[in-house]
Design a protein around this ligand. Sequence first.
Ligand SMILES: *Cc1c(COP(=O)(O)O)cnc(C)c1O
Length: 377
Amino acid sequence: MATQRVLDFLATRRPAGPCLVVDLDVVGDNFRAFEKALPDSKIYYAVKANPAPEILRLLASMGSSFDCASVAEIEMAMDAGASADRISFGNTIKKERDVARAFELGIRLFAVDCVEEVEKIARVAQGARVFCRVLTDGEGAEWPLSRKFGCVPAMAVDVLRHARKLGLDAHGVSFHVGSQQCDLTAWDRALGDAKQVFATLAEEGIVLKMVNMGGGFPTRYLRDVPVAQAYGQAIFGALRKHFGNQIPETIIEPGRGMVGNAGVIKSEVVLISKKSDNDNVRWVFLDIGKFGGLAETMDEAIRYPIVTQRDQDEKAPCVLAGPTCDSADVMYEKTPYPLPLSLTIGDEVLIEGTGAYTTTYASVAFNGFEPLRSYVI
Ligand SMILES: *Cc1c(COP(=O)(O)O)cnc(C)c1O
């Protein structure tokens, strides 16, 4: 839902093109809710979800740590006030010279998921701590992360053993249960796998210390999602179940759950048309689409709530598309989106829950459209 602050900003400033408005108060509330839900876990905000400097500064001032995927993100987190010991290089795919640069900047915590990556880190970041990412099935996630990251638990054992042999600190295990994960039991399955890695290595005298439980915490789109507290309880229960009273240090890396509901995109209806006289599904074209920041509508995975000023009127299904000359720039067609029959060219619409994965997904100038503007208030 758009907060009053956001609505007031849009009403008084009246920015012309499509834009994202982020309410920092909501980000602050989300941070506190995570702290309260998982008081023993350290929070590493996943910078990629929304790297706006105002957001990073707020979170740094509240004591957050940061999960970064590149040297540029590391520098952004440091510019926002985070010291190197509050930053992890969480991408499993890094150039060796970027590892070296991060190490120079003071970063000591690195993600890996294979021995090849361990070898890069051992060459240029001696003594660093590494954690190995294990695959998850992504079951229950609306934006699953597939098999690109992580390895099977048995291989994680080899990877961490290799890290130790090369002089690195074999620090722990990580996983990501898939983004927009609404199944509270997903962490239980992954923590079972993590425990297996801990137990196998303990038998060889390698004592792991940390489990990085990743992101996956949802934003409310069209359906209700469990609150942070419910995630906290489920996760704590799973930690107890698998680790008994030897619960390791834990990290969470919320991205979407930290900023998704803090942002609203204001857009404008550019065209409403039909493909034939007896077509009963209208095509509604907005001034924002897949290339302007709504990339997560790919495969219609994320369905954003769309608010118009005519929502009390009768609604009928529409195909919703963006303004560019690419036929892939259609957001919702397989499952058309109900919009008011009275909707008119020039109307403003609000696309809610768009604080995460929008500004950074916007193209630079496809068809001459500028990247998504953002205002953080
Ligand atoms: C993207 C990412 C996150 C954030 O995921 P959300 O589902 O947005 O919370 C956390 N950790 C890692 C390693 C990631 O790549």
